[in-house]
Design a protein around this ligand. Structure first.
Ligand SMILES: Nc1ncnc2c1ncn2[C@@H]1O[C@H](COP(=O)(O)OP(=O)(O)O)[C@@H](O)[C@H]1O
Ligand SMILES: Nc1ccn([C@H]2C[C@H](O)[C@@H](COP(=O)(O)OP(=O)(O)O)O2)c(=O)n1
Length: 203
């Protein structure tokens, strides 16, 4: 069984997926972490983030570890996870995610993972796992999302809101909900409320 949970930036995908996966006793996978890892390695190498030929050679040692409590990304024996949610990576990741060659590489990593699993990102229900029987799409207003993310970042709420809105715009192409996804506005709900809504639907 595969459950897909897509949605806009900071809508709660990772936290909700982790909760749903733990309740189901299956792993979850965060596709955004792979795009973030490519971005980090590109930035560290001084590569042009719009040039797939410069990025692909950096990826041979990259591996996603789909722990239910929180995914980790490794480059050989170096754990990249703690550096993936910086403002610098946020600023470059949409450029990387627009590259078809990098999307193919991420999709191949994800499709190689054994089911059952919960997969979260932008195009899990449309492109990577179109035949998944259970699909969800999380939304919330830009202000609500910025207020949530402000608890995790040093910038103030208006700056975070502007950056989120710009990233939503840059990610529009791959972010359409699957026609068969259930759309959940997480704004009025608690995190546990979103998790319970999905678990009830699955039952
Ligand atoms: N009702 C809610 N639904 C989802 N996430 C919420 C909710 N309320 C607060 N959050 C918090 O919002 C933050 C952003 O969630 P996260 O899972 O990182 O989103 P995403 O993976 O979409 O970027 C987390 O700190 C999460 O706990
Ligand atoms: N399946 C996916 C997952 C993420 N992306 C892109 C779009 C996002 O700007 C970046 C980072 O995704 P991530 O889910 O980690 O970002 P947020 O936590 O929602 O802010 O990667 C994508 O294009 N396709």
């Amino acid at each position: 069984m595969i459950v897909t949970i897509d949605g806009v930036a900071a809508s709660g995908k990772s936290s909700v997926s982790s909760g749903v996966a733990q309740a189901l006793g299956v792993p979850y996978v965060s596709s955004g972490l792979l795009y973030r890892a490519v971005t980090l390695l590109g930035l560290e190498a001084g590569a042009d983030l719009a040039d797939p030929a410069a990025l692909l050679p950096l990826l041979s040692g990259v591996r996603l570890e789909p722990l239910a409590s929180g995914n980790r990304v490794w480059n050989d024996d170096h754990d990249l996870t703690a550096d993936l949610h910086s403002t610098r990576v946020d600023g470059g990741v949409s450029t990387v995610a627009a590259l078809p060659e990098i999307r193919e590489w991420v999709d191949a990593q994800l499709r190689a993972l054994p089911a059952p699993l919960v997969a979260e990102g932008r195009d899990m229900g449309t492109n990577v796992f179109p035949h998944a029987p259970h699909k969800f799409y999380l939304t919330a207003s830009p202000r609500v999302r910025a207020e949530r993310r402000a608890r995790e970042r040093p910038e103030d709420i208006p700056a975070i809101e502007a950056a989120l809105t710009e990233r939503d715009r840059q990610d529009t192409t791959q972010s359409a909900p699957a026609p068969d996804a259930r759309i959940i506005d997480t704004g009025p709900l608690t995190l546990q409320g979103v998790i319970d809504t999905i678990l009830n639907d699955l039952r």
